[in-house]
Structures are given as C-alpha cells and as structure tokens.
Design a protein around this ligand. Sequence first.
Ligand code: HEM
Length: 361
Amino acid sequence: MKSPFPSRTKKADQAGNGAAPDENGAVVEEPKPSRKEKLSGHKDLAVHHGGEAGKDVAGWVDSRTNATGIFTAMMSRHVPKGTNWFYTLGSATMFIFAMQAITGVILSMYYTPSATQAYASITHLTNDVFLGEFVRGLHKWGASLMIILIFLHMARTFFFGAYKYPRELNWVIGVVLLILTMVMGLTGYLLPFDQRSFWATIVANNITASGPVVGPYLADFLRAGPDFSATTLSRFYALHMLVVPGLIGGLIGAHLFLVVKLGTTAPPWVRAARPKGAQRSEAVVAGVAVADSDEVSVSSNGVVANGSVEAVAEEADQAKSKTEAPEAAAGPEVTEAESAPEEPEAPEEPEAPADDEETTS
Ligand code: HEM
C-alpha cells in the first residue's frame, strides 16, 4: 500500500531540510531519488518540511511499523451484505473494556489494598477527590454494562450461526472472555471492603466451594487459604488489577485477529438465499458447498465464491445423474430397495435328467 507520507533520501535526512551542505558549507541540490527509492514507497523516511514535524514523526514510525497498513487491513475490510447494528456489539464491549481499564488505572492511584485502609481510601476518593465519585461511578456502571453487552454480543454470534466452522475457535475464545469478565466482576466487588462486599464475597466463595471436583480447590485459591482474611483482599486485588485484565487484553487481541482473518458471518437470512444456479438444495447448504469436492475454492472466511457454488452445484447434479439409472431419471422415482444391486446369481448347473422321464436322443 502506498504510504500517505512523502519519502526522503538519507542525505536529506542528515541535512534535515531536504538539501545537504558540502564540505565548504554550500548547499548542494538534493539528488533525484532513484527508481528503486521511489518504488520502496513507505519504507523511506518522510521529507522534512519545517512545520510538518508531526507528519514526519508519524512517517518515521509508520515506515518502521507499517502501522498504516495494519490499520487499513483492520478497518477497511469487506463485510458481508446485510451487516447491521448488531455487529457493533463486539466493538461496544471492547470500548467498555477500554473504559474500565482507563477508569481502573485512575482509581488505583487512590486505592489502598489493605484490610484496614481499603474502605477509608475509597471513601476519600468518593468524597474528597475531584471527579472521584464520577470516575468510580463510571467504573461501577461500566462493569454491569460490559456484562450486558458481552451477553448481547454472544447472543448475536449465536443466532447468526457465527460459532460454526471456521469460527469455532473464536467462539471458544469468547467463552473464556465471558468467564474472565465475570471473574473481574467477582474480584472487583470485594475491593471497597465494606459490609456488603465482604459478606457477598463470602457467599460467592462458598458457592464456588460447592462446585464439583475443582470447586473446593478453587475456593481455597481465591481465599488464599482456608479462611477469609486480609490476604484474600490482596489476592483479589492482584487478580483484578493484573492477571485477569492482562488475560482479557491478550485474548481480545487473538479474538480480533481471527475476526480480521476469517471475516464476519453474514446474517442467516442473507446466507439462506440459494446461490444463483444451484438447482438442488442438497448441493449447497447455507452458502457452503457440502459436496466433498477438492476443487471447491472456499475463501478464507469460509464462504464459497458464487462461481464456485454454481460449479459445485452443477458438478453435484452431474455426479448424481450419472449414478442414477437412465430410465429412472426419466421415469418414476426409484426406491432404495428397487435400486439396490441384486445378489449375483450362481452359475447355472446342467439339469440332471429326471429318473422318471424318458429321454429321447
Ligand atoms: C471482552 C469480550 C469480547 C469482546 C471485546 C469481543 C469483541 C468482538 C468483536 C469486535 C468482534 C467483531 C465484530 C462483531 O461481530 O461484533 C467479535 C466477533 C465475534 N465474537 Fe466477540 N467479543 C467478546 C466476547 C465474545 C463472547 C463472550 C463470545 C461468545 C461466546 C464471542 C464470540 C464471537 C464470535 C463467534 C465472533 C465472530 C462473529 C462473526 O463471525 O460474525 N465474543 N467479537
């Protein structure tokens, strides 16, 4: 892709103004860029014009990271026909996650993760710090909103059949994201360390302990021991601040990578339409050919190109008509029993003359 930033030569880079001085201090005309330099496009550095320093820095970073290319690949994707507002739910969830991260960092600047000081630090933040109550409110309501959005997004992907091949892995990553988001809710709830959060967390921990097989171990791990103590708060704090957000961030990266790689699923009412030329319903199911043909070109997002669908449909038709008996194709339908191959007959043995019959020679 062509970079939006103009290129500059190494000499111009040294001079900083597009021309290099010689040993006498005289400014020498910048040599014309070679064809190779012109073609290398975004790999070259941007020309420095006074007052365009910002552009220059952006060009410098872009030439080393291909940020423009990556950004374009992420944002300028082809989306299926019928894409609608329901497709924004994943991005909305991601936006709330980013908001939670930002407000959480601000809250952590005032919060003290100690059993004796946690409550006091939160009270101070709420009552005395400028916009403290607002930021805390954003974080608290954001947590609920994220849970609501994640469920709505999951429902969208479920009802649109986006969990099917080739996106199963993205569904599994999504399930882990859902669990981690709920763990964020659980671990964050204890942090104010007031009466409500204390007793609610004890109840949640007891419920966890009642789980089969791993339940008691998981509850012990969360409590940081057999009893609910000050260490429990430290453990919840570490999980809430570092471990779980880190995992969520990494998994969102993997989730988006797969979304970009595989593309998004078309709405079911768009996919259900029979592709042009496909005659038999068994040849094409939901836009993907089921006829097991090696020649089928399935694009990376799992959708068979229209031309291929037609080819597969025709191929399937031909294959089917070949297997059918020619008269059956014209006449009434042949049942399975009728069309089943007959048992091979034993070779005819010469009949032994009957004793009671006279033979004539
Ligand atoms: C932190 C939580 C999550 C974030 C930030 C997130 C983000 C996204 C984004 C931005 C997209 C692409 C646009 C869209 O279809 O909305 C997407 C697609 C997808 N997500 Fe999520 N997601 C999350 C959780 C989940 C969960 C819980 C599931 C299911 C269990 C899930 C399953 C999927 C699937 C299957 C796709 C592909 C959709 C398609 O092909 O049409 N995601 N996600």
